[in-house]
Design a protein around this ligand. Structure first.
Ligand SMILES: [Ca+2]
Length: 467
């Protein structure tokens, strides 16, 4: 205790030199005070600690600076990549390249790499950098965009586009390699072609309005070039296959199909005592309408009748030397000794004479006066044919092959006076051709086929000197 006091006193004295501290006297009069004596030795150990801390801090700062430098470089690279990627996607969206030209997997990998990088940056910088945040946002957007684009492919849009592109290519190649065949130009009413080449399948229009029992007759349109083609006429013969006493006219094709609003023309005349005058009736199925006029072989004569549809007036004139009354009709139809025809050149009569041994004779008729302008004799026996028609001054005759097929087998060209054989097959609906006539206005054949009204389209050869 004493020692402590001495020390304390000494310290008191010494303390007076350095630090004065308030003291106090105790009960024995002894001065007492307390003071803290500073350590006068240099705290080298603490200095060392400080120095080490300082070095550590310096190293840490340097490390952070290096890191920031690295981030800066990475960020610059990242920005560059992003710029490139944006351009690529924009280009793709503008349609510069097809979606398939992009490798979606590669693109996605690239984006994923960038996302990882940006996330690392975010973690390092504690998400406080606006630049990194913006970068992260942009990469995220691009990722969504690429996935969206890729989804189109999943919907097979690309596959379909590819198909279309391939088809278009094939079509273009086909167009390039196509050798344009020389098609005869269709110019109805003219003869700018090289003759009959083929015929279509039959087109069955309807059963004639009197029904199946009326197997014989004719039908068609006005064959005069440029005539109204809405008008149709149907002329079934009586069931004896000889007499035509009624002709029905329709003002439209629809009315014909619906048997609607017909106009009937009666050719018989009622006489006293229930007698009927057949004088102006027709005979056989060789009638034709040409320029509002029906031309036909008059009943029980070699005359040709000319019946005006507008005025109902009938004029007549004999066809010189023509055999009649079922002398030389056709193979499959009776009473058709005189078959009227018309084509681009006008009105014709196809018939036979005793002088020509029952072979077909062709006469060009004057449609007004009914006089014969010119006559041609052929070597084709009339009863060897089932019917005939004229196209551009050329007679074509048919014959039966079987119950379903007919053949255009013979032709006679009045322009060149030459005849010849050919073979163009016609399909039939019924067995017998009762009449067959050509209409130059639509280049169709009109057939009365055992009560059915049928048409065929004719196909012509191109002119030989046509390019
Ligand atoms: Ca005919």
């Amino acid at each position: 205790m004493l020692q402590l006091l001495i020390i304390a006193l000494g310290i008191c004295q010494a303390a007076s030199l350095a630090i004065s501290t308030p003291g106090s006297l105790d009960e024995h009069g002894v001065c007492q005070c307390s003071l803290t004596v500073p350590d006068m030795t240099f705290p080298a150990d603490r200095m060392e600690i400080l120095e080490r801390e300082n070095m550590k801090l310096s190293a840490s700062v340097q490390e952070q600076i290096t890191k920031i430098e690295e981030y800066k470089a990475t960020l610059t690279g990242c920005l560059q990549k992003l710029t490139n990627l944006t351009k690529k996607v924009e280009f793709m969206e503008m349609g510069g390249i097809s979606y398939t030209e992009l490798d979606f997997e590669l693109l996605k990998l690239e984006i994923k790499e960038m996302q990882t990088l940006v996330e690392q940056l975010r973690f390092s910088i504690n998400g406080s950098s606006a630049l990194v945040e913006s970068l992260f946002e942009e990469i995220h957007n691009i990722s969504i965009m690429v996935n969206h684009l890729e989804s189109y492919d999943k919907n097979n849009v690309l596959a379909v586009r590819h198909e279309i592109a391939a088809l278009r290519k094939r079509l273009e190649d086909c167009e390039k390699n196509r050798v344009t065949p020389t098609q005869p130009s269709i110019s109805y009413g003219t003869c700018k072609h090289g003759g009959l080449a083929n015929i279509s399948k039959p087109f069955v229009v309807q059963l004639n309005w009197l029904g199946f029992s009326y197997k014989f007759g004719g039908w068609g349109k006005d064959t005069f070039p440029g005539a109204n083609q809405d008008n149709h006429w149907v002329a079934p013969l009586q069931t004896d296959g000889r007499i035509m006493n009624i002709v029905r006219f329709y003002t439209s094709y629809d009315n014909l199909l619906l048997y609607k609003s017909p106009t009937d023309k009666i050719l018989t005349k009622n006489l006293p005592y229930n007698q009927i005058d057949y004088t102006n009736c027709g005979q056989g199925g060789g009638m034709i309408v040409y320029n509002h006029t029906m031309y036909y072989n008059c009943y029980n004569s070699r005359d040709i009748c000319k019946y005006s549809v507008d005025t109902n007036v009938v004029e007549r004139k004999p066809l010189p030397d023509a055999s009649f009354n079922n002398r030389f009709s056709y193979a499959s139809s009776s009473w058709q000794d005189i078959d009227l025809a018309s084509d681009e050149n006008g009105l014709w009569a196809i018939y036979s004479t005793e002088q020509n041994s029952g072979n077909i004779v062709i006469s060009k008729l004057n449609s007004t006066s009914l006089t014969v302008e010119k006559t041609w004799s052929t070597s084709q026996y009339k009863l060897g044919a089932t019917n005939a028609f004229m196209v551009c001054g050329v007679l074509y005759a048919t014959r039966t092959l079987n119950t379903r097929k007919e053949e255009i087998f013979y032709m006679y060209d009045t322009n060149t006076n030459k005849e010849g054989q050919l073979s163009i097959i016609l399909d039939k609906m019924m067995e017998n051709v009762q009449s067959l006539a050509y209409n130059p206005n639509d280049q169709k054949l009109f057939m009365f086929n055992d009560a059915y009204l049928i048409t065929y389209d004719l196909v012509f050869k191109p002119l030989l000197n046509q390019a």
